[in-house]
Each structure stands twice: as structure tokens, then as C-alpha cells.
Design a binder for this molecule. Structure first.
Ligand code: ATP
Ligand code: AMO
Length: 465
């Protein structure tokens, strides 16, 4: 046997063929002294290998050796492909390998948990515990402390394939619409969003920050006559929030574009882009969606082909009508956002919608006020299942007003002087938006915690692995 066969390629067509595979020992089960079963896993795919004592090929000693292997060791198996008479449960491949040779390439120590346990849903755990089975319930900190092991479950393989696909669709859609991909600096002079959530550092003797967003530079690209731009890149927030949806570092999906007349042109792009993302994921990622759903059951996202848009005033009125107190000129808190999501679902049948025309006072300094009523703004947030995934707006392009707003929002003008100058040098009407990749994936999949959709999450308590 010379060439290695992928576990994924092991099908009925290879019956009686001699193959060599390499993978992790997912489970090891020994029956008496003459037989051992090893399920070999190669990332997503699994196959059962059977070592039975046979005069010429498999000795008792070899069965004993197999029995002594540790789970998650990397092994090479050579043998014949056979088709079992009964359906094999718990493996992706429906053939078996009758082992002739088995080598251990890399022996794993006893790990903090095994993949079988880590892959169980809550319902499966309850059922197993009731049946008196001994198992380890793997909590979130243990998973994140041992992320390299945790990532091996099918649900996690699915989550990060879906995350990769969201980035691909985002990029493909925007390129096809004539946008240009840009890469803005992450070391900048000061806060780009305002507020205290910023990491400061020393830049060769000069005070500096890790970029809180690509906001200023994506706008400066528009000043540089890049008519429409996007970026997929890291965003740093010195959040003190230990919530299920805040990270200290996340991946921003940012867009900035010229507009002709109205900020609705930006919302048009958001709507078409996200309907494309959802539709494509539902088509191309079925296997991954099923794997996530097996461990973390969820209902598919309900969305309309024409994305619903409500004004902030309409949303606030819906909450009031439902008996909630709402500050008409304040922001919605997390609870109100959730409640509104529920009301919108009941009334309009969608879990994806845009809320626009927010009070100006709750938006960042660079937001354009509404021309008919400057207490409101040409801005919007976008929600999935009652939680924010996007903020966006038309930008203030009048330098004097921009400076005034920045000052009022407590931004140190000297840290944004080159940005203000760029706006002063002449820029057309423009707007854009930013989404958080981890939030998009978390909420599309109905997951309960953003740490599940961040490969190596950074939160106020976690800087490793
Ligand atoms: P944006 O910055 O665009 O508003 P966001 O979703 O990060 O996006 P924040 O402004 O950070 O929102 O916070 C919005 C809401 O999240 C707050 O009104 C508050 O209700 C809630 N929130 C933030 N931090 C915490 C926390 N530590 N505990 C509970 N709730 C929090
Ligand atoms: P905002 O601050 O609302 O807007 O951020 C945009 C989107 O980024 C995500 N997000 C986060 N994800 C994880 N952890 C966090 N701590 C976190 N904070 C925000 C959310 C949010 O909707 N410059 C503007 C965007 C624009 O107007 O273009 C901005 O940064 O999904």
C-alpha cells in the first residue's frame, strides 16, 4: 500500500481494496482478547477499524497493543475495506477496515476530556446520566482552556466552516458590486468610536491605541476617491463587559460607500448582502448546519426576501404599546432589543430587520443628523433574533459640525486631526456600516455565547490560549 487514502474517500466502491489511512483514535473498544475496534477520525470523517486475531496478520499481542493505545493518538492503519452486514452507527463512513497493520505515529497523553463527551448535546447528556452512564460534562472554561481539543468536535468544525463561508460570501458579494477590499492600520492615535473601551499602548514614545474600528480610515479611503470599500479585520474593544456577546477582540466586517441621495442606499446593500449570506449558507452548508444543530439545537433563522425596515420611533411605539417604558430619545437596552425582536417576529414574521433613524444623542460623533429633525440621525442598527449585529449610518461630511460633535462626545481633537483634515479636503456624501463576524455567526446559529464562534476568544478574563 503506497498512497494514503482519505477517510472521506472510504466508500463501497473500495470493497476488498487494500488501503492505508491516518487519523486520530476517536474511540477504542476491546472485545475479549481477540478483537479490538478503533474508530479513526480524520477531522470531520470517521471510520470503524476492526482488529481480529488471524493466523497470518493479526496477533493477540497486536490486539493488546491496540487496546493500550490512548484516545486521540495519531495512528496509521493498513487493511482491507469491507462492507458490514448491519448499518454502522456513530461513524460517517459506512464501510469498515479489517486491520492488517497499525502504527502509532504520535501518542496522545490522557486528555482533559474526549471528543465523544465534548460533542454531546445537553439532552444527550441528561439521557446518558439518567441511564447511569459515566461521562464528563465539559464546561465552557475547560473547552476554551483546551481549545485545540474542543475544536475537533463536528459542531465546532461546522461553526468555523460557516464562519469561513460568511467571510467568503461577504467578500464575493461586495467585489461583484464593485467594492474594493482595503486594509486599514490597527495602530492608531486615539479612539475612533468614543467611550472608554479602548486599549492604549506606547508607540515609540507616543501614546497610541489599538483600533476600536476601521471607521476613520475607511472614511478617509472614500476621501481618497475609493468609491466603495470593505474590510475584514480585527477590531479591539477594551470592554469591561463579561456578557455573552462582547469580546475584547473580534472580526469586523466593515463597509463604506459613496451615496447619492439617502442613507437608505446603504441599507439596500445591507439587506441584499445579508439575504445573500443567509440564503447561501442554507444552501451550501447543510451538513455543517446539521452538525451544529445536533449539539446545539436551533430553529432556522426566519427572514423575509425584502428586509423589514422600521424607524426607531415605530419600534419604540411597539414597545410602548406592549406596556414597556421607553425613553424616546435614549438607546434601547439589551432587554428592550430582545423584546422588540419578539414583537417584530410576532407581527411581521421575521427575525432579521433594520431599525433606523435613531436619536442622534445615542450615536457616535461622525453620524449625520436627519435634515428634517436634527434630534434624529441617518443611522441604523440591524438585528438578528433580537440582538444587534450591525451599526451603520450616513457620515457627517461638514468639517465644522464634525469637529463640534467630536468635542461634545469627548474625543480629543488632536488624535483625529488628520481625519478631520481629510473630510475638509472634500468628500462626497457617504455612509457605511460595521458588523461583527462572531455575532453574525452566533445569532444565525441561535448560539447562546459569542465565545463559541470565536476561534480563540479574547474577553476581559482571557488572553490565552
Ligand atoms: P454598540 O456599541 O453598537 O451599541 P453593542 O452591542 O456592543 O454595540 P453596547 O453599546 O456595548 O452595545 O451595549 C449595548 C447594551 O449592552 C447596553 O445598553 C447594555 O444593556 C448591554 N451591556 C453592555 N455591557 C454589559 C454588561 N457588562 N452587562 C450587562 N449588559 C451589558
Ligand atoms: P459598533 O461599535 O456598533 O459600530 O460595532 C459594529 C458591530 O460590531 C460588533 N461588535 C462586537 N462584537 C463582539 N464584541 C464586541 N465587544 C463588539 N462590539 C461591537 C457588533 C456591532 O454591531 N464604526 C461603527 C460601524 C459603522 O458605523 O460603520 C462601529 O464600530 O456586531
Amino acid at each position: 500500500v503506497s498512497r494514503r487514502t482519505q477517510v472521506a474517500a472510504l466508500t463501497n466502491a473500495l470493497e476488498n481494496c487494500s488501503v492505508r489511512i491516518r487519523g486520530k483514535a476517536h474511540t477504542i473498544r476491546v472485545v475479549g482478547k481477540n478483537m479490538a475496534f478503533v474508530v479513526v477520525r480524520e477531522s470531520w470523517f470517521t471510520v470503524q477499524c476492526v482488529a481480529t486475531v488471524q493466523p497470518d496478520t493479526v496477533s493477540r499481542q497486536m490486539v493488546k497493543y491496540v487496546a493500550g493505545l490512548s484516545r486521540e493518538s495519531v495512528i496509521d492503519v493498513e487493511g482491507l475495506v469491507s462492507i458490514p452486514s448491519v448499518e454502522i452507527k456513530g461513524t460517517t463512513q459506512q464501510v469498515e477496515i479489517q486491520v492488517r497493520k497499525l502504527y502509532c505515529v504520535s501518542r496522545a497523553p490522557v486528555l482533559s476530556f474526549n471528543i465523544e463527551d465534548a460533542a454531546r448535546s445537553d439532552a444527550e447528556i441528561e439521557k446518558a446520566l439518567q441511564a447511569g452512564e459515566k461521562l464528563v460534562r465539559v464546561n465552557q472554561d475547560t473547552r476554551l482552556n483546551n481549545r485545540d481539543i474542543d475544536l475537533r468536535t463536528q459542531a465546532n468544525q461546522g461553526i468555523f466552516s460557516i464562519q469561513s463561508e460568511v467571510g467568503n460570501i461577504f467578500r464575493g458579494f461586495l467585489l461583484s458590486e464593485g467594492f474594493r477590499e482595503i486594509h486599514t492600520p490597527k495602530l492608531i492615535e486615539g479612539s475612533s468610536e468614543g467611550g472608554a473601551a479602548v486599549f492604549t499602548l506606547d508607540y515609540k514614545g507616543q501614546p497610541a491605541c489599538l483600533a476600536q474600528s476601521p471607521q476613520l480610515h475607511k472614511q478617509m479611503a472614500i476621501c481618497g476617491e475609493f468609491r466603495g470599500v470593505f474590510e475584514i479585520g480585527p477590531v479591539f474593544r477594551g470592554e469591561d463587559s463579561n456578557t455573552h456577546r462582547h469580546l475584547c477582540e473580534f472580526t469586523g466586517l466593515d463597509v463604506e460607500m459613496e451615496i447619492d441621495l439617502h442613507y437608505s442606499e446603504v441599507m439596500d446593500i445591507v439587506a441584499r448582502l445579508f439575504v445573500t449570506i443567509f440564503g447561501t449558507l442554507n444552501k451550501t452548508c447543510q451538513k455543517e448546519l446539521e452538525a451544529v444543530g445536533r449539539q446545539y439545537p436551533f430553529e432556522p433563522l426566519k427572514y423575509l426576501p425584502e428586509t423589514l425596515r422600521l424607524t426607531f420611533e415605530e419600534g419604540a411605539q411597539m414597545l410602548k404599546d406592549a406596556g414597556d417604558e421607553v425613553d424616546p430619545m435614549g438607546d434601547l437596552n439589551t432587554e428592550a432589543e430582545r423584546k422588540l425582536g419578539q414583537l417584530v417576529l410576532e407581527k411581521y414574521g421575521t427575525e432579521f430587520y433594520i431599525l433606523h433613524r435613531y436619536p442622534l444623542a445615542v450615536r457616535p460623533f461622525y453620524t449625520m443628523p436627519c435634515h428634517d429633525n436634527p434630534a434624529y440621525s441617518n443611522s441604523f442598527d440591524v438585528f438578528i433574533r433580537g440582538e444587534e449585529i450591525i451599526s451603520g449610518a450616513q457620515r457627517e461630511h461638514r468639517p465644522e459640525l464634525l469637529e463640534k460633535r467630536a468635542q461634545a462626545c469627548g474625543i480629543e481633537l488632536k488624535t483625529i486631526s488628520t481625519y478631520i483634515d481629510a473630510i475638509r479636503n472634500g468628500v462626497t456624501l457617504h455612509g457605511g456600516f460595521g458588523a461583527g463576524l462572531e455575532r453574525v455567526v452566533m445569532l444565525f446559529l441561535g448560539l447562546d455565547n459569542i465565545r463559541k464562534t470565536s476561534l480563540f476568544p479574547r474577553d476581559p478574563r482571557r488572553l490565552a490560549p
